[in-house]
Design a binder for this molecule. Structure first.
Ligand SMILES: Cc1cc2nc3c(=O)[nH]c(=O)nc-3n(C[C@H](O)[C@H](O)[C@H](O)COP(=O)(O)OP(=O)(O)OC[C@H]3O[C@@H](n4cnc5c(N)ncnc54)[C@H](O)[C@@H]3O)c2cc1C
Length: 398
């Protein structure tokens, strides 16, 4: 089959890998507007379940992804840089640029043709393709040409955010909420590679304007944020430029499509659906789409229409719950000032349960987590579980 894939992000590249592994006879081209190595953003967080899936799907790239990743084992929430409370859990993160490098190399190694620095305007550029996979991200230009056909609904979150890096290494997932003269502003930070951590700053619109962040240039923004978060940064600096381009303030783009199908064109990843970054799942969902689509093509090799239809129906069913959780999480952060008069432990509990669905023992578990000895014991248990799962994957223990 001749397949053209638009966009060399995690969705496009991982689809190419997954499809080629299942059917080496496919001719796959991935077309990317940027040069190799250029990308936005910093670290990408993910969980153990994704690692299990990646190892099952392609152990070669999974091993490289794991060895480029760092582990975090705790979530600390601070109010005004001082009072601290904790949420449990652990996860992994790696630089988005490293992830893309690993995936591009693996795809090319399998015989995929990755063409950089070509911006696609429309699918009509590929009359020879049996299948066009649209993986060009949340603001997909291609999808915008077929809004009616896909039943696209796009909206924007209220809060401005900026995706920065920092040389202050955060070992764990860290949130800090600071009160300024113009209102509350906060960051989420986590390790993303050796020596650099990811640092996403968010606030409400009034605070953003009140602090004149809407008027400051790149340098001014970084200086002001460094001043506000000076205590948490502990002498570290913020970094705005990721691979050449300075970061800019954004509003989260929420994407929903009634169908991901139009003739022989299929949407995957952020082009199809987005989930707010506060649940850190967009890359995972993009890669899961990629695997599911490749698998459907493999199962129904001689009937493309059936393969695409199954992908559309099962894909929508698979992400429904996650999209709902992401919307709730985004709304929680947009209304966070409602909870900021609470003490840090109460605030932290509200944050940990913002997706709803609390279990009866969750508050007791939260209280236990505030105790250092109990936290260390829970961490030991989690290490046991990590060890077991890494042995099951056949991965060397680290
Ligand atoms: C602040 C922030 C933090 C995040 N943190 C996490 C996290 O911790 N964990 C996680 O799982 N997810 C996270 N995400 C979400 C994640 O970044 C996305 O869900 C993921 O990148 C989606 O992958 P994709 O391949 O669908 O799209 P993208 O990664 O956006 O890739 C699309 C590619 O298509 C290319 N392209 C666009 N238009 C064209 C065109 N016309 N022609 C050719 N090429 C084109 C682009 O250059 C790009 O390379 C975060 C997002 C944000 C905003």
């Amino acid at each position: 089959m001749k397949i053209v894939c638009i966009g060399a992000g995690p969705a496009g590249l991982y689809f190419a890998i997954s499809a080629k592994l299942r059917e080496p006879g496919h001719e796959i081209r991935v077309i990317e507007q940027d040069p190799p190595g250029a990308t936005y953003g910093w670290g990408v967080g993910y969980g153990e379940d994704l690692l299990d899936t990646l190892f099952r799907n392609d152990p070669d790239s999974a091993r490289r992804i794991r060895s480029a990743s760092v582990l975090w084992e705790e979530q600390g929430i601070a109010l005004r840089g001082a009072d601290q409370a904790y949420l449990g859990g652990y996860g992994y993160a790696l630089n988005r640029a490293s992830l893309l490098e690993i995936l591009a190399e693996r795809a090319q190694g399998l015989g995929v043709d990755v063409e950089y620095q070509r911006s696609v305007e429309d699918i009509s550029e590929f009359p020879e393709a049996d299948l066009v996979v649209v993986a060009d991200g949340a603001n997909s230009k291609i999808r915008q040409n077929y809004v009616k056909e896909f039943g696209t609904e796009v909206s924007q979150g209220d809060n401005p955010y900026i995706w920065l890096g920092t040389d202050r290494v955060f070992d764990n997932f860290t949130y800090d909420f600071q009160e300024t003269r113009a209102g509350w502003i906060w960051f989420h930070a986590y390790p993303s590679s050796n020596g650099i951590s990811t640092f996403v700053v968010e606030c409400q619109e009034d605070t953003w304007r009140g602090l004149e962040l809407d008027q400051l240039d790149d340098e001014g923004t970084v200086h002001l944020l460094e001043r506000i978060f000076t205590r948490s940064l502990d002498g570290g600096s913020l970094i705005s430029r990721s691979r050449g381009r300075p970061a800019s303030w954004q509003r989260f783009t929420q994407v929903y499509n009634q169908t991901w199908l139009h003739d022989n064109v299929v949407l995957i990843g952020d082009a199809a659906h987005t989930t707010h970054f506060t649940i850190g799942s967009g890359t995972m969902l993009a890669m899961l789409d990629a695997i599911m689509l490749a698998q459907k093509l493999f199962e129904h090799g001689d009937d493309l229409a059936v393969a695409l239809k199954e992908f559309d129906v099962q894909g929508h069913a698979a992400i429904g719950q996650m999209q709902a959780a992401a919307r709730t999480s985004m709304a929680w952060f947009e209304n966070v000032d409602r909870y900021l008069d609470r003490n840090v432990h109460e605030f932290c509990y509200t944050m940990g349960t913002r997706h709803g669905g609390q279990r009866p023992w969750q508050y007791q578990h939260h209280l236990i987590n505030q105790n250092l000895v109990a936290r260390k014991a829970l961490r030991l248990l989690a290490t046991g579980s990590r060890w077991y799962r890494s042995c099951r994957r056949g991965e060397p223990w680290r």
